[in-house]
Design a protein around this ligand. Structure first.
Ligand code: BGC
Length: 251
């Protein structure tokens, strides 16, 4: 069985992709980046993916995993954040398979980042319940139990103090409200304490661009559960998506 796949990470501003070695959890090509087309329609994004895949070496017959900032149920995108509303209710697996002429599996972006950590990062070979939270424009979450993903947890939208807490504790909220790391950590404390009370996880993993500054905020959190930064930073989505594609494809 070939241990390679193409991983693609679609975001509101950029689309990144690479060829992935799934045995070692490493990129086998450069990371290619395109701007997300204006409007983010399914057709325009599919055309960008076609161009992107053409830039990658030796991709014949390889499946494609794509992560996307939306709830994705069995390949159907159920929501759309920062992209066209045409994605809502769309069979994205089917559309991309037709447009790219290969096997395609789409999943939520935080789920991909969580899988990357479970297979190749901070949660490699760990048993028990792991909650990954990506702190970016929103808060994405992934639940991984004994190495298996429970998809679409969407715990960034947990309601605390009557508000969708993503709007208080995401990295975008820190920027918007010009919070110091100390002030932001108070909100993160509330958020992670609530997750801890509800799920009793064995490990929290924190991802998103700001996780490279983890020393500024993770030590300020008082939790029973260990909390660590993600190991796969810029390529987490690509690695997790590629893993998902291979896992769901029959050779
Ligand atoms: C969305 C999630 C996504 C997360 C990170 C949230 O607003 O609801 O589906 O995983 O942002 O992009």
């Amino acid at each position: 069985m070939s241990k390679k796949a193409i991983g693609i990470d679609i975001g509101g501003t950029g689309i990144k992709g690479a060829l992935v070695d799934l045995k070692r959890g490493r990129l086998l090509s450069e990371r290619i980046r395109y701007a997300t087309p204006e409007g983010g329609t399914p057709k325009a994004i599919a055309a960008t993916l076609r161009d992107l895949i053409k830039q990658l070496p030796q991709t014949d017959g390889l499946p494609v995993g794509i992560c996307f900032p939306a709830v994705v149920s069995h390949g159907v995108t159920m929501s759309a954040a920062n992209v066209s509303k045409e994605w809502i209710g769309l069979d994205a697996d089917k559309l991309f398979e037709k447009e790219l002429n290969r096997t395609v599996h789409v999943l939520n972006d935080a789920d991909a980042a969580g899988l990357a950590e479970a297979k190749f990062g901070a949660a490699k070979d760990k048993r028990g319940l792991i909650i990954m939270a990506t702190l970016g424009t929103g808060i994405g979450t992934a639940l991984i139990n004994n190495g298996k993903l429970i998809p679409n947890s969407e715990l960034g939208h947990l309601e605390i103090d009557g508000v969708d807490y993503e709007s208080m504790a995401s990295f975008a909220a820190k920027e918007r409200d010009q919070l110091s790391f100390d002030a932001w950590a108070k909100r993160l404390q509330k958020y992670f304490s609530r997750l801890e009370a509800l799920f009793t996880p064995d490990l929290f993993i924190v991802g998103g661009g700001v996780s490279k500054e983890h020393e500024q905020f993770l030590p300020k959190l008082k939790l029973r559960t260990p909390i660590v930064p993600a190991e796969n930073r810029n390529s987490a989505g690509i690695l997790g998506a590629a893993h998902w594609a291979r896992k769901n494809s029959v050779d």
